[in-house]
Design a protein around this ligand. Structure first.
Ligand SMILES: Cc1cc2nc3c(=O)[nH]c(=O)nc-3n(C[C@H](O)[C@H](O)[C@H](O)COP(=O)(O)OP(=O)(O)OC[C@H]3O[C@@H](n4cnc5c(N)ncnc54)[C@H](O)[C@@H]3O)c2cc1C
Length: 320
């Protein structure tokens, strides 16, 4: 009985959400009085793998097969399940990232495990876990009674917690079946070098209140100053003011950054479904009755065309 955490790499590096998943998995291992191993797939330098020890992983299995250089859902799920069997792990933890969302149910099927996706808290003594439900509009407490368990942790729900331990790196070479490579990623072409929306810690988002695409300069400038990604409401991307990849909400991307700044967005329930699990929400809207203010941590009632340039000027002065 032990805990295994899948550590997703992007171009050989781990993101904050991975260290968070390791921190969470370590806390579960401590609850269970057992050890934590990690499984890394793809080419990652040992110096990067060693970083996992900072957050409590005492072993990492590294898998470096050529066919697994790029993410392949079926094959990665098989490798993670094989790693769990090898380690005798009855609990597998992943980040509920874009790829984690695809992997978690597949790993659960392979291990005949119960699954909790979108976990936001540690399990209780009877293995009940609080998780998001209905696109973030509610929480559910789900109890896993199965022997094997898979948990996908929502990014930014637990935080990164240092728990240093010495880590052993072990090469793992599971058999990769050709049936697991039926659909493969041949090439990854980045649309932009900007921070990707699901991974961004800060997101600056604009709505129809910005009147037109020509007014997005200030949104981008504010985002650049904060090292943030940009997002938008659905009508904005429907009108082609912004690309569809920026659309957040029930029918768009669900995000949970540390800081979400909503400019000229009313806060319709379908929009909130994708952003309400942000840690801190700042709303800028000229209508004091805008529904977004009900879920805001900080609200500025004012015209975006006056407020945003003032924030930009203040940030520049601060940075200067
Ligand atoms: C099935 C379904 C799914 C949907 N999915 C999504 C989704 O995933 N994401 C999503 O966003 N929407 C979604 N919608 C649409 C959603 O219901 C709202 O219509 C949409 O979110 C409204 O976008 P908005 O807030 O940008 O625009 P509006 O509702 O037009 O609001 C604009 C806001 O800007 C403010 N404003 C105007 N001028 C200024 C100014 N100068 N300064 C400051 N504030 C100003 C106004 O007071 C207003 O609050 C969905 C709808 C349906 C039916």
């Amino acid at each position: 009985m032990s805990v295994l955490v899948y550590v997703e790499q992007v171009e050989g590096k781990f993101k904050k959400s991975v260290f968070e998943a390791v921190s969470y998995a370590k806390a579960i291992a401590d609850q269970q009085g057992t050890s934590l191993s990690a499984i890394s797939i793809g080419n990652v330098a040992d110096s990067e793998l060693n970083e996992l020890g900072k957050y409590g992983a005492s072993k990492v299995l590294k898998v470096e097969a050529d066919q697994l250089k790029n993410f392949v859902n079926q094959a990665y799920a098989s490798v993670i399940a094989e790693a769990a069997k090898k380690e005798g792990a009855n609990i597998v933890v992943l980040s509920n990232s874009f790829s984690g969302k695809g992997l978690a149910p597949r790993v659960a099927v392979k291990l005949e495990a119960g699954l909790i996706d979108g976990a936001v808290e540690l399990p209780t003594s009877d293995f009940s876990v609080k998780k998001t439900a209905f696109s973030g509009k509610a929480f559910a407490i789900t109890t896993l009674t199965s022997a094997n368990k898979v948990i996908a942790l929502n990014p930014n729900a637990f935080g990164v917690k240092e728990n240093p331990t010495s880590i052993a790196i072990e090469t793992f070479s599971p058999e990769v079946k050709s049936s697991d490579l039926a659909a493969i990623v041949k090439e990854i072409v980045r649309a932009t070098n900007k921070v990707s929306l699901p991974d961004a810690e800060i997101v600056v988002s604009g709505g129809r209140g910005l009147k037109g695409p020509e007014n997005w300069g200030m949104v981008e400038e504010l985002a650049d100053l904060l090292g943030a990604a940009t997002a938008c409401s659905k009508p904005v991307s429907d009108a082609d003011w912004r690309p569809h990849s920026e659309h957040v909400g029930q029918t768009g991307i669900a995000i949970s950054p540390n800081l979400y700044i909503a400019i000229g967005i009313s806060g319709a329930i379908q929009h909130l479904a994708g952003v309400s699990s942000s840690k801190v929400i700042v709303v800028i809207n000229k209508d004091p009755e805008a529904p977004f203010f009900k879920v805001a941590d900080y609200g500025i009632v004012g015209d975006a065309f006056e407020v945003v340039p003032k924030i930009i000027a203040a940030l520049k002065a601060h940075k200067g």
